[in-house]
Design a protein around this ligand. Sequence first.
Ligand code: GAP
Length: 512
Amino acid sequence: MNYDEIFPKIISHAKEYGFVFPSSEIYDGLGAVYDYGPLGTELKKNIMTAWWKAMTQMHENIVGLDSAILMHPTVWKASGHVDAFNDPLIDNKGSNKRFRADVLIEDQIAKYEAKSLKDTEKKAAKEGWEPGSVDYNGFLTNNRNAKKAQEVQARFEAALNSGDLSKLRDIIVEEEIADPDTGSKEWSDVKQFNLMFKTQVGATAEGAMDIYLRPETAQGIFVNYLNVQKTTRQKLPFGIAQIGKAFRNEIVARQFIFRMREFEQMEMQYFIKPGTQMEWFQYWKEARINFHKKLGLSPDKLQFHVHEKLAHYADAAEDIQFKFPFGFKELEGIHSRTDFDLSRHQEFSGKKITYFDPETQESFVPYVLETSVGLDRTFLAHMSNAYLEEEVTTAKGEKDTRIVMKFHPLLAPYKAAVFPIVKKDGLPEIAREIIDDLKFDFPVIYDEKDSVGKRYRRHDAIGTPFCITVDFETKDDHCVTVRDRDTMEQVRIPISEVKAFVAKRLNWRDVL
Ligand code: GAP
């Protein structure tokens, strides 16, 4: 299925089954803000648990933190966010709408790339080239549209590196980029716009202080570095992990939960000796991509992307990109942040933030290796990765299509659904007894409505790995039928073995 078709389907599936709802929907929603429904809450919680275990439970030297969203405003001066956390914006004078200049250019490059791919596929079909062959790849990188994409990309990078915003406007004008809705090509100058949400603490206007909703969780970790190091007596290298909300006044509010104004981050700052950063950079790159693979994201949908332009504080940075329905995009950032953040907080707070190395008897400001992944983006990656429309043959031999969410069982909202085949003759009671036994170990659900076939479809659509059916024979043989979501195979097992059967597929050892 083509990407343009699949993305709207995933969004409506997410809504229909209670994974994600637009925020304040009865008031027509609020742009780029979303609520997680009953199933979404479970999926999100399972992703968080996986990350938390992978970080803190699997590493003796990584500890957790839950710092406040509101922080002293000087934190954001020190971090550079007040002065440099900006997006380049451009207004369209014809439509009076505001756009991100960099996104308009990136979209233009993506258009050329899509055309280049289409041309290549057409040519390959004519010439009989296999995708990935020398001829195919040669044409893919050298056709007219590919060359155009490379040229605009090079100009774009040069404009970003020069810091000259007028060069971004030049590209937009010369490429004849138009407002996608109105077609207007009348553009203003490009201006920087700060992404932080501002609010106030204090009751009176005179006593009030301007503060910000945190745009990243990382600074809560940096300002607690000494508290954590002292109370846990950790030695370098050690890490602090945190999951929490972050807020950015994103202008381009598209792509569902990919880019939100209120979102959640899972960040880990790893404090290390200066000079060891490249070693740890490699370690965390491997560890983090493996985490995503083991939790079921398809390896061919994951890749690294090297940052062309490093942030002023970084000496190395790569993204893990996932192939979302709209293309390869950033899922996680791995950044070598040097001693920038701790040194700046030391400077702005006037408090000494150093580490005393008992081996060398020296004090220094540690370097930091950061891994930062969006919880909502990971959620969207799993929704996109799991969604499948599959041709199946029904019990009556008819062709049908089922929608199945092939989540890793550890991520699935419910681990099992228990059905009595009919709502009478004592079968519901047996099903309830099974539920009452399983519910202490896993989230499970009882379902007696509609035919068993329809119930299977319903649970495929929400990704329940096992459906357990109680039938008339159960009363005599104390066995149930367990149907596997992915293979649709059914096995008959004693009720006494159901818990162990399900638990076997929920082994954290397989993913951590
Ligand atoms: N502390 C580093 C930091 O915040 P970032 O690349 O700006 O780095 C890290 O953000 C991750 O947070 C991204 O890789 C992405 O997964 C997620 N993220 C960033 N902005 C987001 C947004 N507006 N909506 C959803 N997720 C976002």
